[in-house]
Design a protein around this ligand. Structure first.
Ligand SMILES: CC(C)(COP(=O)(O)OP(=O)(O)OC[C@H]1O[C@@H](n2cnc3c(N)ncnc32)[C@H](O)[C@@H]1OP(=O)(O)O)[C@@H](O)C(=O)NCCC(=O)NCCS
Length: 185
């Protein structure tokens, strides 16, 4: 049984379980959603990501999660926290938050609603010292959300990643401290 990590007005954030990859593939793995994330994945790649999330949750008590819409019970997004694991980054091991929402639910405030709960969880239950988020200049919706969440642009943490196309380079970073988070509440 998955664990429920948080409940917001419209969403339930729950851990990922065995057998969730097919629904993830069907609902979230679309060209539009994955456009700035290196493109769509093969099912086995989603399964591998889920296995990593489950292992991280078992080991450290946090991971990426499924965002479930309360009204319908449907999967509407994938978000949560992991550790920076790109070896090209200078801050490998930092607590990294991230998000994606299925396209027919964009601009309803779901990503922001979910991430406010994830950030509270990260600082209060997990005790993360600070959070970072990674994106590219071209992913305007994503970095605007980072700014809306009060995150600070960290040019010192940017890095080039040849695994992404030119238009998604460099990878840019934002960060947030617990103190900054509390002070904006
Ligand atoms: C980025 C993404 C998760 C936003 O999800 P969402 O649920 O539509 O976002 P919200 O409705 O919660 O928006 C919150 C804020 O983010 C910003 N934002 C979100 N989408 C935006 C867009 N397309 N253009 C500009 N700003 C945007 C705005 O500041 C918005 O606040 P506002 O509505 O008051 O202006 C969604 O567009 C997505 O899944 N994109 C594809 C996957 C992806 O690139 N994920 C990020 C990887 S780094």
């Amino acid at each position: 049984m998955p664990d429920i990590i948080a409940e917001t007005d419209r969403l339930i954030l729950r851990t990922i379980g065995e057998g969730d990859a097919a629904e993830h593939d069907r609902v979230l793995n679309t060209p539009e959603v994955m456009a700035r994330l290196g493109g769509t994945l093969e099912l086995h790649e989603i399964e591998a990501k889920h296995a990593k999330s489950m292992a991280l949750y078992a080991r450290e008590g946090f991971s990426f999660l499924f965002m479930i819409e309360k009204d319908t019970g449907e999967l509407v997004g994938h978000c949560g926290m992991k550790r920076v694991d790109n070896p090209l980054a200078s801050n490998v091991g930092d607590h990294e938050i991230g998000w994606l929402v299925r396209q027919d639910r964009w601009r309803r405030g779901y990503a922001e609603e979910a991430m406010r709960a994830v950030i509270d969880w990260a600082f209060t239950s997990i005790g993360a010292p600070h959070l970072v988020a990674l994106t590219s200049e071209a992913n305007v919706g994503s970095w605007k959300l980072m700014e809306k969440l009060g995150m600070e642009r960290r040019k010192d943490l940017d890095f080039s990643d040849p695994n992404y196309p030119a238009e998604d380079n460099p990878t840019i970073q934002y960060s947030l401290t617990a103190q900054a988070w509390e002070s904006q509440k």
